[in-house]
Design a protein around this ligand. Structure first.
Ligand SMILES: O=C(O)CCC(=O)C(=O)O
Length: 219
């Protein structure tokens, strides 16, 4: 079995059921999560993630005042397993969409941005926010390691979430979030979300389609 098959290990029937369920949950919750990575692949990804030098992100994002207590790395080498993960995910989504009566996005889904994020133990995480308006269609966050409390909420009061609802995110899960263009929706479809209570060092891998970037393929 090569890395692609190990990451997915899904059969077609399961894929059909999953894609319907996922789209339903995306429509209703805005940010469903589900297990995706085998332990073996996740551990190999973690070894690679740990090997990189991360840059601290600006802690307070202007003008929103959102706190992001994270560091990031986005210079993946050509032989990175994360590239294989991104490519595989794109392929499996595309093949799943063929089972649907209509394509679920206004424009073709083409991921062109990927980033690894590291949260130290006891990091403040990221206070409630929406992803950038330029990140369209679908946002995917793979949990490579660590524990934290990821939630969606109805809004924010200063930096506090209003009516937060936790989303299960175990290592090996992927969280999907709506972006503008998902099922004809506009910028208001972006779920307000955040992450707190980081109890062990957390690594995540994010895949996005950013309309400010021209590159048509995954970077
Ligand atoms: O790392 C996570 O679980 C969430 C990340 C996040 O909210 C974001 O990058 O916008």
């Amino acid at each position: 079995m090569d890395a692609r098959e190990q990451i997915w290990g899904l059969r077609n029937n399961r894929q059909i059921i999953l894609i319907h369920e996922i789209l339903q949950r995306l429509k209703i919750d805005g940010a469903p999560s589900f297990p995706i990575l085998s332990t073996k692949i996740r551990e190999t990804l973690l070894q690679e993630a740990i090997s990189y030098s991360y840059q601290d992100r600006e802690k307070i994002v202007a003008p929103s005042g959102v706190i992001q207590d994270i560091s990031a790395y986005d210079q993946l080498p050509t032989n990175s397993l994360f590239r294989i993960l991104a490519e595989s995910f794109q392929i499996i989504l595309e093949s799943s969409f063929k089972f649907l009566p209509t394509y679920p996005f206004t424009t073709p889904l083409i991921f062109n941005e990927s980033v690894l994020q590291r949260y130290r133990t006891r990091s403040e995480g990221i206070t409630p926010h929406r992803d950038n308006i330029h990140c369209i269609n679908l946002i995917c966050i793979f949990i490579i390691a660590g524990r934290g409390r990821f939630y969606v909420c109805d809004g924010r009061d200063e930096r506090q979430p209003i009516n937060p609802r936790p989303i299960v995110t175990n290592p090996g899960d992927v969280i999907l979030m709506r972006g503008p263009g998902f099922m004809g929706m506009d910028k208001n479809c972006r779920p307000m979300h955040g992450i707190c209570n980081i109890t062990s060092e957390r690594y995540t891998f994010g895949l996005r389609q950013d309309t400010r970037k021209n590159n048509p393929v995954i970077i």
